[in-house]
Write a protein that binds this ligand. Structure first.
Ligand code: DSN
Length: 423
């Protein structure tokens, strides 16, 4: 067969783009060579619906070993009693949990998308807002932080069956203990979606939701630095409180409901090549090198925050506890779209983002979100963060001057040559 030069040409172009630019999208990262290698293997050929030892197809002995190892490593990494590593993404993991725990029409309470939440936490355009009955909590305008008393008030008013915590653009700690108390008052399930900070949580740099939340979901490709995918975990398995029984009349465990929520509830065959890559990434995340990496991710975010502050940028909540920053550009008289478009001309990739109490549409926005997971994988340190902010500032203060932006692009490309990727 003739090699598909068109597609492989595009892949080479994308590889060059990743190598030559500065990647600051908070949900992105660069996987290791062995994670990449595991994904591009014959495991993609295998159908394995079901779970290890209980598959609907023959020939699963080897993928069973792989998936079991992925599960064991994930449990060790997150100190979890149970995990399902099959979700194709974080959105799929959240869909599986909701299908398992609540019924269509039930009330859910999540963090407002426009304040930093996620589509799958009840947005009207997503399954979670169409099938369930959502209400939202947000941040306080003055502090940029969630007010836990306010969350309690909303929960008292709405009486949700499921409370969701976790975010895509919130840079502060979560009060899981308080949320547990609120959930208990209403006999609600509590789910944490830790897709963004999961690597920092796994290695103890942020508070651990596992002891407080009934269920935890995550992606595997953000700070965790694995392949694109998701998973569902529980700190401790327990009997379902809805009274659902097995055919033999025993109360079903939550793990059994959640497994069914993934398959056959919301997915078909698992991606065993991706599960193998997840297993590789989990082992990497258990290493001392990875611990140093996540520490550096956080130091880099703090260094970046300090430098933006020095330059009078308005950071929501005035700083960060994790790997990301959300910046309100209104005081700089710029929209998120203008910033994103100008920076991409200089090969600096950020994303435009709604900020709390934004008056612009999601296609324009008033903010930008910046994360340090990918640049830290690349080997950049605190002093480099200062230089990156200087370059961003140069572009944003010269947004109509093409020659200045091209000058920055040249500097970015030359600089990144010193930090090779995918050796
Ligand atoms: N799209 C992801 C992010 O950028 O945060 C969340 O799903």
């Amino acid at each position: 067969m003739i090699k598909d030069q068109t597609i492989f040409g595009f892949i080479r172009e994308e590889e060059y783009r990743q190598k030559s630019g500065i990647e600051l999208i908070a949900s992105e990262n660069f996987v290791s060579n062995q994670v990449l290698e595991a994904m591009g293997t014959v495991l993609t050929n295998k159908y394995a619906e079901g779970l290890p030892g209980k598959r609907y197809y023959g020939g699963c002995e080897i993928v069973d070993k792989i998936e079991n190892l992925a599960r064991d490593r994930a449990k060790k990494l997150f100190n979890a009693d149970w995990v399902n590593v099959q979700p194709h993404s974080g959105a799929q993991a959240n869909a599986a949990v909701m299908l398992a725990l609540i019924n269509p029409g039930d009330k859910i309470l999540g963090f407002d998308l426009s304040h930093g939440g996620h589509l799958t936490h009840g947005s009207a355009v997503n399954f979670s807002g169409k099938l369930y009955n959502p209400s939202f909590y947000g941040v306080q305008e003055e502090t940029g932080r969630i007010d836990w008393d306010e969350v309690e008030k909303i929960a008292d008013r709405e009486k949700p069956k499921l409370i969701i915590c976790g975010a895509s653009a919130y840079s502060r700690e979560w009060n899981y203990k308080r949320l547990r108390e609120i959930a208990d008052q209403h006999k609600a399930f509590l789910m944490a979606d830790i897709a963004h900070p999961s690597g920092l949580i796994a290695r103890g740099l942020l508070d651990d939701p596992m002891p407080y939340c009934d269920v935890v979901t995550t992606t595997t490709h953000k700070t965790l630095r694995g392949p694109r995918g998701g998973m569902v975990l529980m700190g401790k398995d327990f009997e379902n409180p809805m009274g659902l029984k097995t055919p033999k009349g025993k109360t079903r465990m939550m793990s059994s409901l959640l497994d069914s929520g993934v398959f056959p509830g919301t997915q078909g065959g698992p991606l065993e090549h991706v599960i193998a890559a997840k297993a590789v990434a989990f082992e990497e995340a258990l290493s001392d090198d990875y611990l140093s990496y996540v520490k550096q991710v956080r130091s880099n975010a703090q260094a970046m925050s300090d430098e933006f502050n020095q330059r009078d940028y308005k950071i929501i909540s005035n700083g960060t506890d994790n790997h990301l920053l959300l910046i309100d550009l209104r005081s700089k008289a710029l929209t998120g779209k203008q910033a994103e478009d100008a920076l991409i001309q200089a090969d600096i990739t950020i994303n435009k983002n709604m900020v709390p109490f934004d008056d612009r549409s999601p296609f324009v926005t008033s903010g930008m979100r910046i994360g340090t997971a990918a640049v830290t994988t690349r080997g950049l340190l605190e002093s480099d963060m200062k230089r990156i902010v200087e370059l961003i500032d140069k572009v944003l203060t010269n947004i109509d001057r093409e020659e200045v932006i091209l000058e920055v692009k040249k500097e970015v490309n030359n600089w990144m040559l010193d930090y090779p990727l995918f050796k």
